[in-house]
Design a protein around this ligand. Sequence first.
Ligand code: IPE
Ligand code: IPE
Ligand code: MG
Ligand code: MG
Ligand code: MG
Length: 298
Amino acid sequence: MRTSSGEFRTYLEERRGVVDAALERFLCAVPERPERLVAAMRYSVFGGGKRLRPILALSAFDAVGGEGDAVLAPACATELIHTYSLIHDDLPAMDDDDTRRGRPSCHVAFDEATAILAGDALLPLAFEIVAREGGLRPSVRAEIIGELASANGVRGMVAGQQADMDGEGSEATVDAVELIHIRKTARPLRASVIVGALAGGAPAPVLDALSDFGDAMGLAFQIADDLLDETGTAGEMGKAVGKDRQRGKLTYPAAAGIEGARRRAAELVETALGALETFDDRGWALREIARFVVERRS
Ligand code: IPE
Ligand code: IPE
Ligand code: MG
Ligand code: MG
Ligand code: MG
């Protein structure tokens, strides 16, 4: 069994390289103009980032025995959608954050209108590459598009973002926080796993197990993000910290305290690992990622 954290760090770096090269290929194919729009899209996509969502897709593809490179388009689609969500999340009308991935946020580096439009352009680009790239069977392609759409719209991320904004300043209960976190963060993270598994040809029972994995890992990820906003450093995070408390956000630490949040995150990691019980050594990277989401400092 491979478990060394050094090996996992190397794995993350290698996968990040694969993802960045594929993103470069997809972004190179967009028109050169309007120059300002394309520059803002590239600025945000290539401005750092852990690439966790596409790496999850690649890891799930490997875990289900996928072969070839048909996973690259869906994997990159998850990162394009994620990047759009970050650009909009940082806007003055939303979280009003000036720093992202260690650099000025898109609306600071460019302007608000350009940032809105860069996000608007990244979202359909994600669907375009899944619709057009070769290597996926038509039925699988349709399922991947459906999964990405439902995880990121009114059933998922956008709904969670609305609830997050509506909740500012209200009483933080665990139920209210989980409802937000599941939709704004866990659904897109789960979708990253599912689209990788779909591309790899996973049958329904395997998809069910990975869905349980994604739900638990995804919620743990957002609890860790909340904790890092309280206990992390801006230098490590590449974004401002202490902002959630300042804005009266409904966070897990606000609802359950720092220790309560840590306990819940640890419990969710165990749930995520349990969901992978039937996977052999090919589930190694997914197991490592489940631990990583709560141990990370950035
Ligand atoms: C930040 O996601 C937004 C949340 C859902 C908490 P990441 O922490 O994965 O951000 P990047 O992609 O590495 O910048
Ligand atoms: C954002 O959550 C989740 C998204 C859907 C983008 P946060 O607002 O906590 O993310 P950060 O802390 O700004 O990265
Ligand atoms: Mg937010
Ligand atoms: Mg934010
Ligand atoms: Mg946050």
